[in-house]
Design a protein around this ligand. Structure first.
Ligand code: SF4
Ligand code: SF4
Length: 268
């Protein structure tokens, strides 16, 4: 029997979490094949950067160069081909929120997951795009890339670097812990409604990229997929939504998939 998608996702997530500590450790030992953080990283001759960080830098400096363009090619190509897998497969913050959810269940705490309704995806979209826009406007007014200050994956990776290289942490870690602490009370609120990195990435979703799709018209309508979706969307109908991060949890949980392919990842 095939392993659940979540098994592979966890391997990717834990490897990424380990990498943010291993990379600076290698640098301490003067191995520089790979260096940087999730804001900007060099792997051999390839530069990879957070597209939102690059966008802010272009707007703030008014300059655009080949290095900036080259550094976003891989993340944006991945986004267009595989959807927002950065979030559910690699982002260390997302992994921490999943662990918080497990802890909440073990402690008997109420998950406080909002109930799905048809209007939710468009309401949530409006909210998070307005938040992103406000951040960009604030950046233009004060000339500082403020959205980097609330980029959870960027902060976590840069804090891992300062811990390994310099053995201290900075105030940014308090910001990310405060955001994380609120996850105890508001189900996945940061990734669903606020994170500027995830919101900006989702702008590059390409409709022919990887999408959850219900390939069998009739199913038992148990709604397990809807109840499971961490982004509070309906996987049977909203797979193409900008909210879907292609975590695959809905595919794993679908009981009909065990009998006949019903819900799966497809490329149109
Ligand atoms: S939405 Fe932001 S914090 Fe959440 S998984 Fe995506 S990049 Fe990470
Ligand atoms: S629709 Fe499925 S793949 Fe998309 S976020 Fe929800 S559970 Fe994950």
């Amino acid at each position: 029997m095939a392993k659940p998608i979540k098994t592979y996702r966890r391997i990717a997530q834990i490897s990424t979490l380990m990498a943010i500590f291993i990379i600076p450790f290698l640098n301490v030992w003067e191995i520089y094949f790979i260096k940087g953080t999730f804001y900007s990283m060099d792997i051999g001759d390839a530069a990879i950067a957070d597209p939102l960080a690059v966008f802010q830098s272009i707007v703030a400096s008014g300059k655009l160069n080949a290095y900036m363009i080259g550094s976003v090619v891989i993340p944006l190509a991945l986004m267009m081909l595989l959807g927002r897998v950065w979030c559910s497969w690699f982002c260390p913050y997302y992994l921490l929120t999943e662990w918080i959810e497990v802890a909440k269940k073990k402690l008997g705490m109420n998950l406080k997951k909002p109930a799905y309704d048809k209007q939710y995806p468009s309401r949530a979209s409006k909210f998070r795009f307005i938040f992103l826009l406000l951040g960009l406007l604030a950046m233009m007014v004060i000339g500082v890339p403020v959205l980097n200050l609330i980029s959870a994956p960027g902060i976590l990776s840069s804090q891992a670097l300062v811990i390994v290289k310099f053995c201290y942490v900075t105030f940014e870690l308090v910001i990310v812990f405060a955001i994380l602490f609120m996850e105890l009370f508001y189900y996945r609120y940061w990734c669903r409604l606020f994170c500027p990195t995830g919101t900006f990435l989702s702008l590059f979703r390409y409709k022919r990229g990887m999408t959850v799709y219900k390939v069998k018209a009739d199913c038992s309508m148990c709604h397990s997929c809807v109840n499971t979706c961490p982004m509070v969307i309906n996987p049977m109908a909203d797979g193409e939504s900008l909210h879907c991060n292609n975590c695959g949890d809905c595919i794993d949980v679908c009981p009909d998939n065990k009998k006949e392919e019903t819900l799966k990842f497809t490329f149109k």
